[in-house]
Structures are given as C-alpha cells and as structure tokens.
Design a protein around this ligand. Sequence first.
Ligand SMILES: Cc1ncc(C[n+]2csc(CCOP(=O)(O)OP(=O)(O)O)c2C)c(N)n1
Ligand code: SF4
Length: 290
Amino acid sequence: MAKSEHTAYAYLRTTKKFPNIWCAGCGIGIVMGALIRAIDRIGLDKDDVAVVSGIGCSGRMPVYLDFNTMHTTHGRALAFATGLKLAQPKLHVIVVMGDGDALAIGGNHFIHAARRNINLTAIVINNAIYGMTGGQYSPTTPLEMRAATAPYGHVEPPFPICELSIAAGATFVARSTVYHAIELDKLIEKAIRKVGFSVVEAVSYCHTTYGRMNKMGSAVDMMRMLKEHSVSLAAAEKLMPEERAMKIVRGVLHDVDKPDYMTLYNQVIERAKATISGKEFLRAGPGGLE
Ligand SMILES: Cc1ncc(C[n+]2csc(CCOP(=O)(O)OP(=O)(O)O)c2C)c(N)n1
Ligand code: SF4
C-alpha cells in the first residue's frame, strides 16, 4: 500500500514532526494507531477533535497528530483539557498521558476530573515507569520490580488505574494492551462515544528502561508477556480471585450513565436565567426556584 493510501497518513503531521522520538519497538505508536482508527471509524472531522497531553514519551503523541493539539506541562494535561472542554464544549477532547503524568504529579487532576465527570476521554498509556526521564518508578510500578530509583526493588504497591477511576466517578472504564491493537481501538472508540469521563488504560512496556533493568528481554519479549499475562473479562470471570489478581484483565470494566459536568452546569444557568434576579435565585438555595 502506498504511504498516502494508509488511513493513518490523513491524521499525521508527516511533513513537520517526523521521524518520531520513540525507541524502535515501543508500544506508544500502537496506541496512536488505535486512536487514529477509532476516530476514523467514528467519522469525526479533524477540526472537531482536540488531543491534549502532558510531558513524557506518551505525551509526545499530540505533536505527531494533525488535530487541534496541546502539548502541556507534565501532570497538568487534564487541567488544560478541562478548561478547553468548558470553553469549547463541542470539541471531542482526548487526553493522552503516561502513568507518571496521569497518576503521580497529575493524580489530583485525575481523580477530580473523574469525580466531576468532565466529558473527556483519558487514555493512560501504562508502561509502569517514567520512560522519558530514564526509568524512575511511577505510581504503577509493581512491588519488588527494579527502577532507576529502586535499584534493589520497589517497596510501594501500585495504583490500579481502572479501579481508581471507577471509585473516583468515571462513567466508562476499559483496559487493553498494545498486543491487542484491534481490541484497543474498539475500546477507544467506545470511550470517545461515551458522554462523561471515560478512561482507557492501554497497558504497554518500556523495554529500554524498565525492561532492561528487570531483564525482561526485547520489545518482542515484552509484547509476548502482554499476550500471555492478560485475559478477557469473560475469561477472568471463570478464574479464582487469586489467579485473576495475577492477570491483566481486558475489556469494558465499567459503563454507567449519569449527567456530565456541563449538562448539570447548563441546568444551573437555565434555572438562574429563569429567575427574576440572581439574588432571588441564590436565596432559594439548591434547586433554585423550582
Ligand atoms: C513538573 C515536572 N516534573 C518533572 C518533569 C520531568 N519529567 C518529564 S517526563 C517525566 C516522566 C514521564 O513518565 P510518564 O508520564 O509515565 O510517561 P512515559 O515517558 O513513560 O511515557 C518526568 C518526571 C517535568 N517535565 N515537569
Ligand atoms: S524510553 Fe521507553 S517509553 Fe519512551 S519511547 Fe523508549 S521504549 Fe518507549
């Protein structure tokens, strides 16, 4: 297939920002491909999409994508994205973050974006490490594994991204891996279509830092591990709890309907407008004059 015939080329800034900075074999490009296929299938106009990131290898994705894009500060992607969504509610805002970006410095923004149910899609590329800065441990580094800042093994338990998202109030939560590229794009498509705060955890790997420090082999070996250590939700339901706890469970883990932040906010505006004066509305308390 000629380069220009490939779906991805219509969505990439091929003449400006390539070649990319990612190590050969990294899974981040697979997530970018999945995102492109999801958007292409939904049929969104490029001008109606905004992709926002923080800093990190994963955070580099908006630089390559030809949508409205923001490459913001480390950990603050969701804060910028929230402002963008409130100012431009018609935009489909997709936030791409690494596990460090989303859950270490950005952890506060993450739980509050979920609690507020801001109508965004957050894609967390979980490689269990700070890739860009040389392999320091992140909030998802598993116990006992080695990192540049834990040369004798890590002593902190990891955050389970999906369970945290559900507890914090997200409406849609799903997980897949970069081995399961087609499944991943279907989950991203569902997440973008969902109204409310939707989260997709894309489990990836960093063979050049975490993989090397933990003697996990090449990118291909780490990809194979994702295949062997993951199960679909249906298969996971047949496992004993202790067996299930050892697996990466893939699929839609949570899907509920509830009004998003802007819907509730617009209702407040309408109620306020319907009153004779703002002061009267305030005196009436919660629920306005209804
Ligand atoms: C406020 C701030 N703190 C720290 C950094 C340094 N820094 C840049 S990327 C990064 C970690 C990236 O890890 P992650 O978000 O997991 O993404 P990955 O590189 O693994 O894709 C850090 C700590 C920064 N740029 N800004
Ligand atoms: S450092 Fe790790 S996460 Fe970053 S591009 Fe290389 S393999 Fe990927």
